[in-house]
Design a protein around this ligand. Structure first.
Ligand SMILES: Nc1ncnc2c1ncn2[C@@H]1O[C@H](COP(=O)(O)OP(=O)(O)OP(=O)(O)O)[C@@H](O)[C@H]1O
Length: 466
């Protein structure tokens, strides 16, 4: 099995090098006119942003789907942390963090993660449902503190996410000072020739490769738990697949693999199933966004100036809680915000050129109602809830890399306005036959009418707010 995987990995590595070369070229060519490039969300950044602004656990009443590869493995769930038979000081740490009972993903995943013999797992559960706490608890439980060498590796896609995970581990291990933890991230140095004696290493793939394979500061062959956080980004071909493969190849065949992520696209899931032998796959079903409570309109505009006028007209007539306006590029977002600000509207802008801290600050102000309008791009299309938003405007229709209708992004953008039984309004500004085509495709895709709105007719506009 290991050999088979090794060969597969090598083949993939070569293919990836080639395709990455292609990618690099594409990126370079984009950089000259980056203003015109779609401003899309970076999944690792979005995840960090949500982690930081989230107040606590997202409780989910949704069902969990479990797929067992190993028919002999007993799979049960627990309703209390006691039932997991953790080391007493670890249990104390869990309670000290304010966790009274396991979350849904924890109650299902932990018995398997802690079972003997160890079981491999690929788990998917929405952001904020307690995945990090689940795998950190498993990592800490597996350490043998009588052995002074690394036994657990945990890889995250970015420096910030690795630090976040490390902080959870440090808190949970508060009463287990004998467990030693090390960060393999930029800025951390270990003198060449020194053997690392810490039990757990949490870090980013590049540094982990350097330490484990290049400088041999620890023996990858002695690792017994290998965790991939944000696994979809980690093993995506455009993510860190090459580096993860190289580390993964050196792991012993009995190493327990734990892959955790909020999403897996199907190609990534197929790949995960190749590299994780006999995994138990757990998926917490997602809460569906829906268009049921949303009135959808389109407005015909001749050009960008008319689009702008349409927004001002709607804004002048309808009493709106708060609005989010989506643009395709950063350039459009900043053009629109300057124009609206000049005309006396209080607007906020959130696009991909802001740091995570700046994005949090913008969102906090918007949540507090300090600005009524938030102009943004696809960096915000997923996952971030602002309850008071009643109007979503597509200044530019969502499209994919081939300039075709991106129905999924449309749903993510507007599917959050009409939640909890509240009514929402979505307005699509159409200024070309291409954007009209996108609008029609979206209408057909969801089977929900998008009505024409005459922006010059104040009575009609007034009706939409009613
Ligand atoms: N059993 C629990 N009881 C109470 N709070 C919990 C529990 N498990 C986790 N939490 C808290 O819930 C929040 C989300 O947990 P966690 O970060 O583990 O979720 P996640 O699924 O890993 O999210 P992400 O996908 O963003 O990484 C954190 O603030 C965490 O401290």
């Amino acid at each position: 099995m290991a050999k088979q995987w090794g060969q597969k990995a090598e083949e993939l590595e070569i293919t990836n090098r080639i395709s990455n070369m292609g990618m690099a070229k594409k990126d370079e060519s984009n950089s000259s006119d980056s203003d015109e490039v779609a401003d899309n969300a970076n999944r690792a950044d979005t995840s960090l942003l949500m982690k930081i602004i989230r107040q606590g656990l997202v409780e989910s009443k949704l069902d969990i789907e479990i797929q067992r590869k190993d028919p002999n493995s007993p799979l049960h769930s627990v309703k209390s942390f006691e039932a997991l038979h953790l080391k007493p000081n670890l249990l104390k740490g869990v309670y000290a963090m304010g966790f009274n009972a396991p979350s849904k993903i924890q109650e299902t995943a932990l018995p398997t993660l802690l079972a003997d013999p160890p079981q491999n797992m690929i788990a998917q559960s929405q952001s904020g449902t307690g995945k990090t706490a689940a795998f950190v608890l498993a990592m800490l439980s597996r350490v043998d503190t009588n052995k002074n060498y690394p036994q657990v590796l945990c890889l995250s896609p970015t420096y910030e996410l690795a630090i976040q995970t490390g902080e959870v581990a440090a808190k949970m291990a508060k009463y287990c000072p004998e467990i030693k933890l090390k960060y393999a991230v930029r800025g951390e140095e270990v003198a060449k020739g020194t053997a690392i004696t810490d039990h757990i290493i949490i870090g980013t793939p590049g540094k982990m490769l350097d330490w484990g394979l290049k400088f041999r500061l620890f023996d990858v062959g002695k690792i017994k738990v290998f965790v991939l956080d944000e696994a979809d980004v980690m093993i995506d071909r455009q993510g860190h697949q090459d580096q993860c493969i190289r580390i993964h190849k050196c792991l012993p065949s009995n190493c327990q693999m734990m892959f955790f992520s909020a999403t897996y696209d199907s190609a990534v899931m197929d790949f995960a199933e190749i590299i994780v032998p006999n995994p138990i796959i757990i998926r917490l079903l997602r809460e569906e966004e829906s268009l049921d409570n949303i009135k959808q309109y389109y407005v015909k505009c001749k050009n960008v100036e008319e689009k702008y006028r349409a927004i001002c007209n709607i804004y002048g007539v309808v009493t709106i809680g708060q609005a989010i306006i989506f643009c395709h590029t950063r350039k459009n977002a900043s053009w629109l915000s300057e124009k609206m600000s000049k005309d006396g509207h209080s607007v906020a802008v959130l696009s991909g050129d802001l740091t995570v801290e700046q994005r949090i600050a913008v969102l906090d102000r918007f949540r507090a109602g300090l600005e009524k309008v938030l102009i943004t791009t696809n960096v915000l299309s997923r996952g971030i809830d602002v309850e008071q938003v009643t109007l979503v405007v597509n200044f530019d229709m969502p499209m994919d890399m081939n300039r075709k209708a991106d129905c999924e992004t449309y749903l993510h953008r507007i599917g959050r306005t009409g939640r909890f039984g509240k009514a929402g309004i979505a307005i699509n500004l159409i200024d070309s036959s291409h954007s009209m085509e996108i609008c029609k495709t979206i209408e057909a895709h969801f089977g929900k009418k998008i009505q024409l709105l005459d922006i010059e007719d104040a009575d009609e506009i007034e009706k939409i707010g009613a």
